[in-house]
Design a protein around this ligand. Sequence first.
Ligand SMILES: [Fe+2]
Length: 474
Amino acid sequence: MSRTTMSGKAMQTSGGQDIRGVPVSYSDTDAIEGLERATEMALAFRGDAIAEIDRLLERHPDFAMAWIFKAAWLTQAMETRIYDQMVAAVQEAEKHSAHANERERGHLAALQAWIHGDFFGAVQRWEEVLTSYPMDLLALMLVHYTDVLLGDVVGQRDVVARIFNIWDEGVPGYEFVLGFYAFGLEENRDFGRAEEMGRRALAIRPDNPYAVHAVAHVMEMRGRQVGGIRFMADYVDRWGTSNFANHLWWHTALFHLDIEETDRVFEIYDAHLSSDDEHGDKYEELDAVALLWRLDLLGADAGDRWSHLADKWEPAAQNTLYAFNDVHAMMAFAADDRVDAQKALLMANERYVEEASDANAAMSREIGIPFCLAIQDYKKERYRECVDRLLPIRYRTHRLGGSFAQRDIIGWTLLEAALRAQRFDLALGLANERVEMKPTSAQNWRAVARAFEGLGNSGKAGRAEARAQFLTAA
Ligand SMILES: [Fe+2]
């Protein structure tokens, strides 16, 4: 049986294997094609992959791999409210796994590790599956995304490198492999190859938000703000209606922020990052906080936006599952001065690190809680304390997960706190680090200027300020 995928390729499935020749123990063509559709929806950030797999499971309730897909995709949400649904899907997969093949048993073992809090163990199981079945796009996706969640920067690249030359343009889904590789290369600062891979992915399939995302990251890290704005606009028809639109608008806003187009940043925030859905996606709320906090560091008045956003975060205050979410929740609570919510979040975290032994507990203990406390210090204008908390952890923050661009909020907060604490020698060092990394950022040069000014060197302060003005001149 054949059909055409969204990318226009002919798709061939047969009972017992998928379109990439990966074995499936449930040899029903309708079931295997349905699973492929859900996988493609997840990869292309289109539609609702869970709803698609639920429809499939109504027709094929014994299809273990469909239950596995459902649980696996839910792992990536990192939200407590989804946890029960994920565990139930794993239990269904176990119930229907009597005839599961080796690959499917590997996926199931990964999920069993995950629901016991052993996220690193889950990655190991998925990697084993991928080693045996290099065409298993689902396993590749799960390892890559989980490496992003857990802050395994090298793994984000190397999991793709491991299988890269086994794949080629003739294998359905190659554009997604290129997208993963582009992002992994970018996070490991191999910007040229990253952009090439990202653009190759887009040449195959322009409707590929993850590849747009990887190229956006390259431009962000290289400080190509004007080019970045243009690139995002060129592709907005392709990504603007995808499930990744929120995060890609966040990236677009970062380009504008870097060249001090604050009004445009607020416009993007209001139009694309401020949903009224009280059960919004945590990633969506995370991007919103991450943008408002940056505006806050610049001294911009956010009006009642913090209050609206803190309302959305408050139900999550006591349900810690992912340190990266928690620090963003703390930003919203501290910025809106919600004392009880801050206490509840910290108490939940402290209770959690005492009781839990999962991967997130270590992230919370080493990075999450110190950063949460530093955020409180910052908003209470205890800038020295804020600096003292952030300085020891600044080079280990990748353990928190996310991207370099996302975690930059920590370094920027540290720098602003150092300036406000009048620790100008430290501030100069931190600002110097940032201009070396991104010399086209006006914000970075203004920080250098403020530090020199504080040190009484108005000559060098003027030179840095002139650089900032040059960068923002139309
Ligand atoms: Fe990103």
